[in-house]
Every structure is written in C-alpha cells, then in structure tokens.
Design a protein around this ligand. Structure first.
Ligand code: DLL
Length: 440
C-alpha cells in the first residue's frame, strides 16, 4: 500500500465520540426517524400493524422490531411515495439508473443536502483531502449520486473541484496533465481505464500530480487497490454508499485503510444473515441493513442493501470510535450459484490477481448449456505475457483455472484475451453477464 504521510485530521466530534454517547445520540435519532416516518403511508401502516410509536423505541436493539424496506417497496411506492415531506420541500431528486428494472428516485431537503456534503467531506478529509487541494471528479453528474455527492463534499472540505464528470478519457488525462489535481474521484475501474489511456498517450500516469484517490460505487478488491496504486503512484481510499440511503458518504476509509468507518451518528447499520435475517457475529459476513437516522425527505428504515460485508467493532488507530465495515465482497443478487456453489465475482477477481500475466480487465459469463451451469472467465493478458506458443498459453490458462478452483471453489472455463479487447467502463464496470435466463 502506498503510504503518503497523511496527518490524521478529523472533521467532527461525532466521529470520535465515546460509544455510550454515540449510542445515546443514535437512539434519540432513531426515535425521531420513526416519528418522521409516520408521515409516510407505507411506514404508518407497517408501524400500526406492529404497534410501533416513537416512544416504544426504548433501546437501539428495538430497531429489530421495525419493518424492513426493500427495493421492491421503493418500486411499489414509485416515484416518491416514500417521501415524508411535501413535494415543495424537496431541494433535489436523485435516482438509480434503472438498468436492472424500473428506476427509483430519492428526495433530499436542503438540510439533507447539507448533511450529505458534510458526510462526504468527512471521508475525503480522512483520506487526505485538504483546503487548497484540487480534486478531479470523474463520476457521472446526473441522477447518479456519485458526481453531485462528491462535488459538494469537496467544496465542504474547502478544496477546489474540477467537475469533469465521467467519460471522454483522453480529456480527463489532458486535464490532469494541465491542471495538476491532487486527488482523483471516480470508480476504481474507471481509474484503471484512465491510467491505460494515459499510457496510450505517452504519459506515464505515475508522473501525474495525483497523490490521493477516492474510489467507490462498485466492488473492488485489495489487489485492485495495490494495482491502481502501483500504476498511478497514489494512495487509494475506499468509500461506500447507496442512493436509497443518501449516496456516497455512508462509510469511508481512514489513513489506516483497514476497513471503512461507518458514519454511525447518521446511519444505524445491522449485519444480518440474508437467509435467517438474524444478526451475524462481528467479523462475519452478512447483508448490511441500514437505517438512515437523519434523513428528512425520505426516512429509510432497515433498508436491505443486498451488499455483503462484515462489521469490525475493534478500536481504530486513527481515533475514530465508529464501527468499520469490510469491503463489500459482493451483492446477494450478484452471487452466482454454480452447480450449488456460491461464487462472488470478487472471488474471481481475487483469483485472477494471483496469477502472473493477467490484467485487471475481466468478464465473467454464466451459461446453462444442457441444463448445467457453466462459468466462463474472460481475462485480458498483459502484453508481455502474450505468446505464439500454444503450450505457453495452455499453461497460463491451466494455472488460472486452478487458482479459480482454489479461491472460488468452482471449475471455470477460462478464455485468454489480447490486451484492450474488453469494453472499458467510465462508471460502474460490468463484471458479470448471466445468460442463463435467456437459455431457460
Ligand atoms: O454507487 C453511491 C456511491 C457513489 C458510492 C460514489 C460511492 C461513491 P448506487 O448507484 O445506488 O449508489 O449503487 C449502490 O453500489 O449497494 C453497492 O453494491 C455498490 N457500491 C457502492 N460503493 C461501493 C464500494 C452509489 N465502495 C451500490 N464497494 C451499493 C463496493 C460499492 N460496492
């Protein structure tokens, strides 16, 4: 890991509050959230059925009496039926792209926007951004929360924003060369894409001015972090969030970079077994279920994120007292069940990084010929590992197959591709194509 010295700055006292005080604040805010949610017909009905009132929430564990909220609930209250304030009080509306179904929308009041900017500023500061720096934002600006969320976060820090948005990668590199930003903000896969385009332009990305990067919006692995840090000579920080809850800003790395601090004064996070819905032990992977404690426009209660991660309550060297979450290892809806074995794309990524010669550009395809699931991993090779010799390629392919078998427990077909074959992304990379539904 690159370790550019970062002085350990902490923006708000809530980040280092003694746990008892923090939990008292969470309880107070949970009650307020329940009160606000009474204005939402969906929650009002659910609460009435369970006999829930704000006063009936006596301890934080009473959160378990509250109903879950799912993506389907958002869809059935389309477009803004889960808002707790009149439409006239909304200051912004964001939404999901709807690539996997109907889009969903999320409303914000002016206060929500202020809170959101502050939350983004906190993790940016934890990851080295300071007043006087310049941050290039290569997240899409639009309904997606990445661009605007980070934009106001950078401003809140007092740093300068270079609001490039995503895409036009050659221009991204030119701007980096000419305007010399200190930080890059985008998805990790887009950073790799930018580095590759820079090299194609004859610019070694390591010679650019970037010192920090704040990546989020998609799954990535620790190996991917090392790869990007080596390719771009910067320190890369992970941050996590989702539009239904607020957008980026739910959690983020500190300088220790060993788990993302959950901003617990604003979010109550449970980690549950996705089947039994019982809480998992600390350090055990489960589905994150998040209650937003301060959202005015759209109070979100026990939102089932489908993201699989584990919680780490261990005290962090940075001084923050908040619980950390691991990287998201995958989403329950991305989990492939291949002949009975559960496989996450992150395991495939991990396996690929362990074999010399592979690049971080890969695609997992799932097919079902003859009613049996089959997984094909297409991976680009590094140019120096391409060979005309069949035997050399065969050996490399075999070692990838074995690595995937060991790490993910499945037998995959592996296709080796020439560099630059797979489509590059400017946002969230598509890592899996599941063709099984099409094949019946
Ligand atoms: O991706 C919000 C965001 C933007 C977070 C920019 C961080 C930076 P959605 O488009 O609603 O919102 O997608 C949310 O993306 O449930 C996760 O599955 C995934 N995700 C977000 N951040 C991470 C991360 C934004 N750091 C969904 N690691 C979430 C892994 C992530 N997955």
């Amino acid at each position: 890991m690159n370790t550019f010295a970062i002085d350990n700055q902490i923006l708000d006292k809530e980040e280092t509050m003694p746990r008892t005080e923090l939990q008292a604040l969470q309880l107070k805010r949970l009650r307020e959230t329940v009160a606000r949610a009474m204005n939402v017909p969906f929650y009002k009905k659910e609460f009435a059925e369970r006999g829930i009132t704000p006063d009936s929430i006596q301890t934080l564990s009473d959160v378990r009496r509250l109903p879950f909220t799912t993506k389907e609930d958002m869809r059935s209250n389309y477009p803004l039926g889960l808002c707790a304030v009149p439409r006239t009080e909304l200051a912004r509306i964001h939404g999901s792209s709807g690539t996997t179904g109907m889009p969903t929308f999320v409303g914000y009041t002016h206060q929500d926007l202020k809170t959101w900017a502050r939350l983004c500023a906190r993790f940016l500061v934890a990851g080295g951004l300071r007043p006087g720096h310049t941050a290039q934002i290569a997240f899409g600006y639009g309904l997606f929360t990445g661009g605007f969320g980070l934009h106001y976060g950078v401003e809140e820090v007092g740093a300068a924003v270079l609001p490039v948005s995503s895409g036009n990668t050659t221009r991204q590199v030119q701007l980096m060369r000419d305007l010399q930003p200190d930080a890059l903000i985008c998805t990790p896969s887009y950073a790799l894409n930018i580095a590759e385009v820079a090299r194609g332009m004859g610019i070694d990305p390591r010679t650019l001015s970037l010192r920090f990067a704040h990546f989020g919006g998609e799954m990535w692995t620790e190996d991917m972090r090392r790869q990007i840090e080596a390719e771009m000579d910067l320190a890369a920080f992970n941050n996590y969030g989702l539009s239904e809850i607020i957008g980026p800003g739910v959690s983020g790395d500190c300088a220790a970079r060993s788990g993302m601090h959950i901003q617990e004064d604003h979010f109550l996070v449970e980690c549950l077994d996705p089947e039994s819905l019982e809480p998992t032990e600390d350090y055990t992977y489960g589905e994150l279920v998040i209650t937003a404690l301060t959202r005015e426009a759209m109070p979100m209660i026990r939102y089932r994120t489908r993201d699989i991660a584990a919680l780490d309550p261990c005290v962090c060297e940075c001084g923050r007292t908040t619980v950390r979450m691991t990287r998201v290892m995958g989403r329950t809806d991305d989990m492939l069940i291949i002949r009975g074995v559960n496989v996450f794309p992150s395991q495939i990524e991990e396996a690929l990084f362990q074999v010399e010669g592979t690049s971080p550009h890969y695609l997992v395809e799932v097919n079902r010929p003859d009613r049996l699931d089959e997984i094909t991993v297409k991976v680009e090779l590094r140019p120096e590992f391409l060979s005309d010799k069949m035997s050399v390629m065969q050996t490399l392919r075999d070692s990838i197959v074995r690595r995937i078998q060991t790490v993910a427990g499945v037998h995959a077909k592996v296709e080796l591709l020439a560099p630059q074959t797979l489509e590059r992304s400017a946002g969230k990379a598509v890592r899996v194509i599941d063709r099984r539904n099409l094949q019946g």
